[in-house]
Design a protein around this ligand. Structure first.
Ligand SMILES: [Zn+2]
Length: 457
């Protein structure tokens, strides 16, 4: 692909610059240039953030309560490191479903909203209200509800049946809502014609369906709610007395798709970025640092595009690089190569990543930088003319992501601490190099934009 060999001269210059920056006899040596900062990465702390986002908060669907809760957690943490933190809200219509299991309390079920065809979020009409619907879950098999289904939530193994027929049957027997599941562990979505949407309904994967069935006598509160606001968390460390200082922006999306707890995608990148923010909090540098935890990425890069759209031109001009982390910790067996995805071929982020790889003595095949790919928040920065790249683990042969990408199996036990640490070390060292050289190798203005309709990682 775009694999290019770095010249020995470039490497030598980079090494010299790093050494020069780290000169211990220089007055007030800028710590930002010391390669040793990677030794301070605290993986326990990083994994702690990941567990809060994935196991305490769970799926963080754009605009949901959970996404907001995650934003507030990230904001509190970044503030505690000494950053100036803003929660930047923006409009985003979304219908979000949630199942709160009342009994047994330790059962976790992550639903997806049943789709009503041709119905935008703002007009979705099978909502439960904020208080939700609390009722017993009654097994209706493949479409035959027992008498107890009256006043209950009907659970269907959808199989080959038409979802509309199942909802009609549930309504006939007096059920108040329905849960449908498919036949495998992958997330399961279903949609019905507006006339068939006679009840609030959600879908789950087969494992969640079986868990509800096997637990027996489960009581839940089902929420299907409309929300209209998502948010970014922006942490800034300005350079005192220099409002025109160059800026380096780190970004990572903290939202997830429905049904997926979003450990790899993207509590990993968010947690890694938070730890990098902690490490940078007290370093000496003449570069302004910003950490943007962005919302609503999975629904079309909405948060990052909003953030960039609000920046005046003179601020965009100050931004020398964007380091985006999305899916930096997968334990997927085949995802052994760290891709540094750009839209403009080689740029300052990809170059500095290669230098970081060499400083870390990682094998050449451990990284592909640059690789041409959008599908994450670096696109929003690139489109504004900012050199940007996304860091992500993929299968070097097939380019595939892990098999549980965007699925209910994207859980914290499928995260590799080692891969997290490697990716974080690369991003930290690469960004240090850019920060040390502060704008000296500002890139050419990038070229074409990408197709915003492609799936978001
Ligand atoms: Zn993602």
């Amino acid at each position: 692909m775009y694999r290019r060999h770095r010249t020995p001269l470039f490497l030598l210059i980079s090494f010299l610059l790093l050494l020069g920056c780290a000169d211990p006899v220089a007055d007030a040596a800028p710590v930002a240039c010391e390669p040793g900062l990677v030794e301070s990465i605290d993986m326990d702390r990083t994994m702690g953030h990941l567990h809060v986002l994935v196991d305490e908060i769970g799926p963080r669907v754009a605009s949901s309560h959970a996404e907001r809760e995650a934003a507030e957690y990230i904001a509190r943490e970044l503030e505690s490191y000494g950053y100036e933190v803003e929660i930047q809200e923006f409009p985003r219509d979304q219908v979000v479903s949630r199942i709160e299991v009342v009994d047994p309390a330790d059962l976790r079920i992550y639903p997806a909203t049943g789709r009503i065809e041709d119905t935008p979020a703002a007009e979705y009409f099978q909502l439960t209200g904020e208080e939700g619907i609390t009722a017993d879950v009654v097994d209706c098999g493949e479409g035959a509800c027992p008498a107890e289904a009256e006043g209950a939530i009907a659970l269907f193994a959808q199989g080959e049946s038409d979802a509309g027929d199942l909802l009609a049957h549930a309504a006939d027997v007096g059920a108040v809502a329905a849960i449908l599941h498919g036949n495998d562990w992958r997330r399961h979505l279903t949609s019905v014609e507006p006339d068939d949407a006679v009840l609030p309904f959600v879908t789950v994967n087969v494992e969640a369906g079986d868990a509800l069935r096997e637990a027996g006598g489960v009581r839940v509160t089902l929420h299907v709610e409309f929300f209209d606001t998502s948010q970014n968390v922006i942490a800034t460390r300005r350079v005192e007395g220099d409002p025109d200082a160059p800026v380096v922006v780190f970004s990572a999306h903290y939202d997830s798709v429905e049904q997926a707890p979003g450990a790899s995608d993207n509590a990993s990148g968010t947690s890694g970025m938070m730890e990098i923010a902690r490490l940078y909090a007290n370093v000496e540098t003449d570069v302004e640092l910003r950490f943007a935890a962005v919302g609503a990425e999975e629904v079309g890069l909405v948060g990052s595009r909003y953030y960039v759209s609000q920046l005046p031109d003179h601020e965009i001009d100050r931004i020398v690089a964007n380091f985006n982390t999305d899916m930096i910790g997968t334990a997927g067996e085949l995802q052994t190569q760290l891709f540094v995805n750009t839209l403009d071929g080689d740029n300052v982020v990809a170059r500095s990543a290669r230098v970081a790889r060499d400083l870390l003595e990682l094998p050449e095949e451990s990284m592909r930088a640059p690789f041409q790919r959008g599908a994450s928040d670096h696109v929003a920065f690139h489109d504004a003319g900012i050199p940007a790249a996304n860091f992500i683990w993929r299968d070097p042969e097939t380019i595939d992501l892990e098999p549980w990408y965007h699925q209910p199996h994207d859980t914290s036990d499928r995260i590799s601490r080692d891969r997290m640490r490697t990716a974080m070390s690369v991003v930290l060292l690469a960004s240090q190099q850019v920060i040390c050289e502060a704008g000296a190798f500002r890139d050419e203005v990038p070229g074409a934009t990408t197709d915003p309709t492609e799936e978001m990682e």
